[in-house]
Each structure stands twice: as C-alpha cells, then as structure tokens.
Design a protein around this ligand. Structure first.
Ligand code: ADP
Ligand code: ZN
Length: 817
C-alpha cells in the first residue's frame, strides 16, 4: 500500500500538496510535524503535515519528501483548525497563515540565509566532511543560500547537515539582533525617615554643626524639594550643593540620606506587597462576579470600564482563578512595545509564569516562547502579547483577555493574512472551549453592537478607582481666539494659562498632536509648488531634526531644499504642524521646564518607547508632546493636564469611522490626566466646539456617541451593520489598473448589484510607483458571508485568467476597517 501526506507550504498557493512517504515514515509522521520537501525544479521548503492517507494525487506524480524535521508535532490540531478558519474567513491561503504563524527560524527554505556564527569557535575536527565543506565556504562568503549549499555538497538532502551545524553552534540562520531591555534605574535621594519631623531635623542640624559641608548638602536638599516638589536625583543634589561625591556618600553612610529608585518602586508605590494581587473595591468585585456570571451564558463578555477604573486588577483576579486550574491565559494588547508598565505589573503578580511575545524578539527568542507555550511550561502560563500571539501553540487555554479591544492595531493590513486579532482570539477561545473578555473604556462600535444583539455579555464600571473624578474637559474655541489675537503659535491664552498653573504645582503635562493630516509640508510662497515623492502621490514632509524631506509611505528622502525646485525662489514656507513644531513652541513658551517628544521619529530605536515612558515616569520631563502612541493605556501618576492641540483634523479625516475613532482617541488621551488623586484637567482646542463628538467626549457620554454613530452606519450601510470587503488593485501602469478595475467592478456588480462601490482612487493613489484603485463590497447581515466570499473568489479567478490583468495585483481585505 502506498502512503502519502498532504502538506501546507509557506507560500501563497491555494491547494495543499501531496508527497509520497514510506511506510515507516507514515507510522511516524503526525499532523503538525515539519518536513522538508522539494518544490518546483530546485526549491526546497519546510512544510507542515496536514494529514496522512493512501490516495495518490490525480493530476501530478507525488514526489518524495526530503527529510522529517521534527520528532513530535510543533503545531497543534487546534492551530491547524484556526489556520483553516483564518484562510477561509480572510480570503487568503493557509500558506499565508502558516508563514505569519510560525517563527521564521522554523521555516528553512531556499531563500534562507545561512551565515557563520562568529560568537563561537569551532574546531574543524568536530565537523563531518559535509559540514566542513559548508563551514569552509563561509570563510570566503559571508552568507549562503540553501541552493548554494546544495551545490557545495552536491546533495539534495541538506537540511540534516544544516540542522547539525546549527546544533553545533557553527552557523546562524537569518537572525535579527536583539538585546533585552533593562529599564534604566535612576537613583533618587531623600532624607531618612527619622529626620523628616521638625524635631528630628533639629537634632540632625545640631549633629552636623561641625560638618558645615554636610550641613549644606542637607540644606540644599531641602531647598530643592521645596522648589521643584519632585524627586531629586543624586546628581542634581551634587550640583545644587556644590558638594563632592565623597561628602554625599558620607551622608548616605551616616544614614542621613536615603536612596531610592522610582522604576522598581512603581508598582509597590502605595506600599502594598509586591507579590499579592490587590483586593478589589466594591465596583471591581461586582464586575468580577458579573463577568463570571456572564461566562455561563456568553462566549464573549465586554468589560466597559472608564479609564482608570481598575480593569487590569479585575483581569488579574480572572487570571489567578484560571492559573489555579492549570490552564494558560492569553492576554492580548495592542502594542507590546508600549506596555512595559503592564509587563512589570503582571510580573509582580505572577513572576516567571509570565511570558512576553514580542514582534521585536529575535528568531531564537520567538522559538523559545513557542516551545514553552507548546510544552505548557511553568514559564508560559500567562502569555502577554500583541496581535501575533494568537498564533502561539497553546496546549490548554483557559481564558483570553483582549485589552483595549477598540484599538486599530489589532488588525493586520499587510501582508496576508489581513486578520483582526480580537476576532481571531474569539475563534481561538472557542476552539479551546473557553471564554474571551474584551476590555475597553471606549469599546468599538462592533463589539458594543454585538452586545446589543445579545451575542456578547456586557459588564460596566462607571467610576474611576478610588473615586478619583473623571477629568474635567474644557473646549477652547480657537477660531474665536484667533479673531481676538489670543493665540501664540498654536497655543491659546487659555492653554498657556492652565499649563503655567500645572507646572507651578509641580505636575506634568501631556500635549497631544494628531499624527495624521498635520505633517508639515513645505510650500513655495511664490509659485505654490511643494516637493513631491517621486514614487508616491504625496507631498514630502519636513523633518527638522535631520533637516530632511521624507515620504511617509516609502521612506524616500532628500535634504531640505534651499530654493524652490520649480521657480527657484527661496521663500519656502512649512505648512501644518507636527509634534516637532509643538515641542519647539513649548521650549520657547516654557524655557525653564523640560520637554520631550514621543512620536514615530523619537521612538524608532529599539527601546525608544520604553526610554521615553521611563523618563517621563521618573519625572525627568515636565511636558511630553506626542501622537496617538500616548493613548494606549499608559498610567502616569503625576499628569494633571492633557492638552489636545487640535481636534479638528481627527474629526475631518475622510473615513467612515473618523467620528468613532475621534471619540475613542480623545477619551483615551483625556484618561491620562489625573489618575491618582486630584481631578485632572483636559483642554481641547478646536474650531468646532459645538461638534457633537466633542460634546460627547467632554460629557463622557459613550451611549450618545454610540447611538448617533449607529444611525449613520444604518443609513449609509456601513459596519457593524454591514460587512465590508475591500479589493485593492495595484499596477505600475495607470491605464492598466484603470481598465482592470472597471472590469472587476462590473463583474462584481453583476452579482452584488448596488452593494459594490467604486472603483475609486484612494486618498493616496500612487504608492511605491504602483497606482491603486479600490473597490468596496458591502455585505448585508442576512446575506451569507460564505456564499459572498465564494462569489468573490470565483470572480477574482476569472479576473486572473484575463491575460492583460495577470500582472495586476489583487489584494482582498475582509473587515477592512
Ligand atoms: P484601567 O485599566 O481601568 O485604566 P488600572 O487597572 O490601570 O485602570 O487602574 C488604575 C489605577 O488604580 C492603577 O494605578 C492601579 O494600580 C490602581 N488600582 C486599581 N484597582 C486597585 C485596587 N483594587 N487596589 C489598589 N489600587 C488599585
Ligand atoms: Zn514615497
């Protein structure tokens, strides 16, 4: 009897491929194991076994596999099911999903680069002949492809050799470098407890009367504390007192001064034990009970709790309960780079049981987490990760938490699979027979809609923890301010006034400037020309820190021009304003305070976010200017004011979700103000103070926002009432993409009628030299989604069979919002 396997290849081909195996191999191979297989004339791929059987393929002759790469499955049955669901739902191939799911290091393939491991010295005598040949070749060439290796050893089966070389530490496989981030611990200084009473201080001053230099240091510490009301660094104390480090050290030795670190103290700031979870207040306790109750009737429960209501602590209790049953928990977050705060918090509660899955991890680290999750290791009981962690090989999942579920970054736009991690998580939980909790202060309309439809349970917390008041939100009419000449640059007199008060009280400020729509564009005052990207249909934006003009789509850049390229005039003006410009203005307005900036430019480095967040937490800056990045669940204790420089460019963004997103963003940024004691303050500058969304934000009225937005969605047939599938066509020839999109639009219209919109030019219609056209398909709730997709696939296939269109790229995006 013949034996075969069907395998998934990590490439976008529609079908599984069948290979022949021996009887012995068939007894050994199980679904989820990797095999190396030949493909095409010369290629070798790592494939995943889907199933074994006895039926030879009918249209081609099955080849034999090269090699079995695993001794046990590295992909679970549930994962294989999830992959199928994703391919099906998001209209892509299982190969696309496999490539996204597996750590790169698991997929050796023809394109993989092998290079020498320079960190290890290898004795030639430790290598077998074949291995030596390859190792030798790497002395002369910095890297080799699999095909090169096949040529060198003149053998087809090279994977075992590569594997052995890897195990001996002789080579590395296409690996990124990655160092672990260690938060910087800044040393701060204060008086020892016993000297802080007036009695204690008197005694101390007497004791020090014969050591005037030491006394001066203590006096300086006093003055500094009184002046800045902020933690004092040792270096500041040294500077202010003019004392040498040995004098300061002697005060530490004498137990006059005490040192402390803010980073480590953060979580136990209030003096609670580091290990035990917090006991919940009444609202939290109730929410916890309601969630557990909701689990009995719903797969998914939405926890709608205002910012700083203590949702995280509720999750912690849920996690504790699941861990007791020996099951794993997946905690999904929008962007892991932004969440050092939460990582620390969870590690304080759950210690080593927390594993973090990070897109910036090296291939090696990703494999390590993968293996720990797969073996249900003690080290991987709580997995904290961004969207791609839905791909991990969970053994027994007991709960999924999706925090900040409204966040857009849960959706992957490119490449395929264009999946939404929240929705995928719900499916994953279902496959594991467990529950999902979605949490947000500003739920997405689709999740709230699911609640209204009875699909999801709902639990609410309407008050902040400790009864801290919601921030007071004030709208500032900048049209009026401009008329009355009360603006300094982009700052209204009111903004400056409140900022001044806040700084004088020793509190910190966050200023928010929307990333979109306000990139500074250079324009010639004489002829109006502004420099364009040669590859994309957009103006270049000005970056003053490098004095460059850059394209945000393709990265093209050039030095800032001294003269207009069109007319030669030197009168160039930069229009619009970004975070950079705001920070410049802040420095001029408040020269005595320190400011910082958090945006794409300043966080580019590996630990960019963490560094800025830590510095701001440690109050090394008074004012932080930032973009969208500031909104994501950050918990700063000393921020009393949040200023929004301009709300209008958010509201006017051409997208059907612009209003919903504005509400979410503005509420979330506002939520960073006054999280601990005093009521925080928020100023929103706008030309439109009567805009409904701004009114709803300032009264914290989610229900009104939901109702009004849903009316629009019904009327204009948009999600969540209708589903949305977007097809993008791309080609370098404008005419071709034009004709092709007309053809496709017509074909789709024959099936879906008026539910097809377009083809239309997207806001940026040429990117990286490719012209884009969009077609939207709206799917009513009662129309079968499966049937709709089948029709789309069929039409796309006939599209691809038109010779002229074959070179046009078709990108299908399901739930493209
Ligand atoms: P959310 O996630 O809803 O924005 P957090 O969970 O971050 O809110 O809580 C806000 C703040 O209140 C945090 O600083 C947290 O440490 C504190 N907090 C919340 N619940 C408790 C509790 N039960 N006991 C002590 N502190 C709490
Ligand atoms: Zn460009």
């Amino acid at each position: 009897m013949l034996h075969f396997i069907d395998v998934i290849l990590p490439i976008p081909v529609e079908n599984l491929f069948t290979y022949e195996i021996t009887e012995a191999e068939s007894g050994f191979l199980k679904p989820g194991m990797r095999v190396a297989v030949p493909f095409g004339k010369t290629k070798v791929y790592t494939a995943i076994v889907k199933n074994t059987h006895h039926n030879p393929p009918t249209v081609y002759e099955a080849k034999q596999i090269h090699q079995i790469l695993d001794e046990y499955p590295i992909v679970t049955d549930i994962q294989l099911k999830l992959w199928d669901w994703m391919a099906n739902y998001y209209l892509c191939t299982v190969g696309d999903v496999m490539r996204a799911a597996l750590p790169n290091a698991f997929i050796l393939e023809s394109e993989t680069l092998i290079s020498k491991n320079t960190k290890q010295i290898i004795n030639d005598s430790d290598l077998k002949d074949d291995e030596f040949l390859i190792y030798e070749a790497l002395h002369h060439q910095s890297s080799l492809r699999i095909q090169d290796i096949v040529d060198i050893v003149d053998k087809k089966q090279v994977f075992p050799i590569i594997k052995r070389l890897l195990e001996k530490g002789a080579i590395v496989v296409e690996e990124e470098v990655f160092e672990k981030y260690k938060p910087k611990l800044v040393k701060y200084v204060k008086l020892k407890e016993q000297h802080t009473t007036s009695e204690g201080l008197k005694i101390l001053m007497e004791e020090l009367s014969r050591a005037p230099k030491q006394r001066d240091v203590v006096m300086s510490l006093f003055q500094l504390t009184a002046k800045t009301k902020k933690p004092i660094k040792v270096s500041e104390l040294a500077e202010a007192s003019g004392a040498s480090s040995s004098i300061i050290k002697s005060l530490f030795d004498k137990s006059v001064l005490d040192e402390y670190f803010i980073q480590t103290d953060r979580v136990s700031y209030d003096g609670e034990a580091v290990e035990a979870s917090k006991s919940l207040n009444v609202a939290q306790t109730e929410a916890l009970a309601q969630i557990q109750h909701s689990f009995e009737s719903h797969q998914v429960t939405l926890l709608h709790g205002v910012t700083s209501s203590g949702k995280t602590e509720v999750y912690v209790k849920l996690i504790e309960a699941v861990l007791k049953t020996g099951k794993q928990v997946l905690y999904l977050l929008p962007e892991i780079a932004l969440t050092t705060q939460l990582v620390t918090r969870l590690q304080n509660y759950f210690g080593d049981q927390v594993a973090v899955f990070h897109s910036k991890y090296s291939a090696h680290e990703r494999v390590e987490v993968w293996n720990n999750v797969l073996s249900n290791s003690e080290k991987a009981q709580v997995i904290l990760g961004a969207r791609s962690s839905v791909f991990l090989p969970f053994k027994s999942l007991g709960l999924i938490i999706v925090d900040e579920e409204h966040e857009q970054s849960f959706k992957q736009f490119d490449p395929a699979p264009r999946y939404h991690a929240r929705d995928t998580a719900v499916v994953l939980a279902h496959l594991h027979g467990t529950k999902t909790v979605l949490g947000s202060a500003t739920p997405s309309l689709e999740s709230y809609f699911n609640v209204q439809q009875g699909k999801y349970g709902l639990v609410e917390i309407t008050k902040r923890y400790n009864d801290v008041l919601m921030p007071k939100i004030e709208l500032v009419d900048i049209k009026d301010k401009q008329k009355r000449k009360l603006m300094k640059g982009h700052f209204s007199d009111r903004m400056i006034e409140v900022m001044t008060e806040t700084l004088e009280e020793g509190h910190q400020i966050i200023l928010f400037q929307n990333r979109r729509g306000f990139s500074p564009i250079v324009e010639c005052k004489t002829c109006g020309h502004s420099p364009q990207c040669p590859n994309c249909d957009v103006s270049l934006t000005y970056h003053s820190y490098r004095n460059q003009l850059r394209c945000h789509y393709c990265g093209y850049n050039m030095a800032m021009q001294l003269k207009c390229q069109a007319c030669g005039d030197t009168a160039l003006d930069s229009k619009g304003f970004g975070t950079e410009q705001i920070e410049e203005e802040v420095k001029t307005l408040f020269p005595n305070y320190k400011s910082g900036r958090m945006d794409l430019d300043t966080t580019r480095g590996k630990y960019g976010y963490e560094k800025i967040i830590t510095a701001f937490e440690q109050q090394e800056m008074d004012i932080l200017v930032g973009t969208q990045m500031l909104t994501k669940g950050l918990d700063f204790r000393n921020v009393a004011l949040v200023g929004i420089m301009n709300a209008d460019n958010l509201l006017n963004f051409p997208d059907f979700r612009a209003h919903e997103r504005s509400y979410q963003l503005l509420s979330q940024v506002s939520g960073r103000a006054g999280r601990t004691e005093k009521q925080g303050q928020v100023l929103i500058q706008t030309y439109n103070p009567y805009h409904n969304i701004l009114q709803q934000v300032s009264t914290n009225n989610y229900a009104a926002m939901y109702k009004e937005q849903m009316d629009d969605r019904y009327n204009f047939k948009y999600p969540p009432v209708y589903r949305l599938i977007k097809i993008t066509l791309k080609h370098k020839d404008f005419n071709r993409v034009n004709i092709a999109s007309q053809w496709l639009g017509k074909a789709l219209r024959q099936v879906f009628g008026d539910y097809v919109l377009g083809p239309e030019d997207p806001p940026v219609s040429r990117i990286r030299n490719l012209f884009h056209k969009n077609i939207l398909i709206k799917v009513p709730q009662k129309q079968s989604l499966g049937g709709t997709k089948k029709a789309i696939v069929r039409i796309n296939n006939s599209f691809n069979s038109v010779k002229d269109f074959r070179s046009v790229r078709l990108v299908v995006n399901v739930d493209a919002y």
